[in-house]
Write a protein that binds this ligand. Structure first.
Ligand code: PGA
Length: 247
């Protein structure tokens, strides 16, 4: 039985005044599911006490090396030191804006796991790939290239985030989500054997209170990675409740 995950990616939103939202999300957290918020790195240290021990706190990216002369970067060990338990790697905005390759994402995931973090590895097809009918090939290439050999059910979560669904209000049908999640599970099995059955696969891209129940009813969906609708407890709480109801 895989424990479901309601994960929030705050992206470049949030200052200290917004920590009250994390406390409100903590009040809405359900013991039946894991709730995770990934605020900006500047807020991680303060987010941990605001989360009251019921919301997990994660980073949004990490460097693949433990330390060094890399201006502006944050290592996995630094995230651990700040109180993070998880880190997102390979988000489509990082792949697009920072030209992160599968090899780079894999190195970051390996560094995260090595530091004791749970790596939340994102994969997703572009609109062009979806329309050309090459979604499953694109997902296979991206996942296989981004997945460490050291991945286990305890240290890795996969997020399927179609790029065309992130921040757009468009979502795939439950059948399309189930098809991709099934392929992800098959690739995980090829690479990791039975261990693959314990790895959580989240859906991400325009998840809202109004569509959460439908998404969570799709087979092999173990939760969601939520952007915009995770910023306010009033938006995120019903998503947590929908996930708990499906657990
Ligand atoms: P969104 O973002 O929920 O705002 O579409 C999802 C994500 O980028 O993780």
């Amino acid at each position: 039985m895989r424990r479901k995950v309601a994960a929030g990616n705050w992206k470049m939103f949030g200052i200290k005044a917004d920590l009250t939202e994390i406390t409100a999300i903590a009040a809405a957290a359900d013991p039946a599911v894991d709730t995770l918020i990934c605020p900006p790195a500047t807020l991680i240290t303060a987010a941990v006490p605001a989360a009251k021990g019921t919301v997990l706190i994660g980073g949004q990216d990490c460097h693949h090396l433990p330390q060094g002369a890399f201006t502006g970067e944050t290592s996995a060990a630094m995230l651990v030191d700040a109180g993070a338990t998880h880190v997102i790697v390979g988000h489509s905005e990082r792949r697009r804006d920072h030209l992160e390759s599968n090899e780079m994402v894999r190195a970051k995931a390996e560094a995260a796991i090595e530091a004791g973090l749970i790596a939340l590895i994102c994969v997703g097809e572009s609109l062009e790939q979806r329309e050309a009918g090459t979604t499953l090939v694109a997902i296979a290439t991206e996942l296989d290239g981004s997945l460490p050999n050291t991945s286990t059910a305890a240290n890795t979560i996969i997020a399927y985030e179609p790029i065309w669904a992130v921040g757009t209000g468009h979502i795939p049908t439950p059948d399309q989500i189930a098809e991709v999640h099934g392929r992800i599970r098959a690739i995980l099995r090829q690479r990791l054997g039975d261990e693959a059955d314990g790895i959580r696969i989240l859906y991400g891209g325009s998840v809202k209170a109004s569509n959460a129940a439908e998404i969570f009813a799709a087979p092999d969906v173990d939760g969601a990675l939520v952007g915009g609708a995770s910023l306010k407890a009033s938006d995120f709480a019903p998503i947590i409740a929908a996930l708990a109801a499906s657990a």
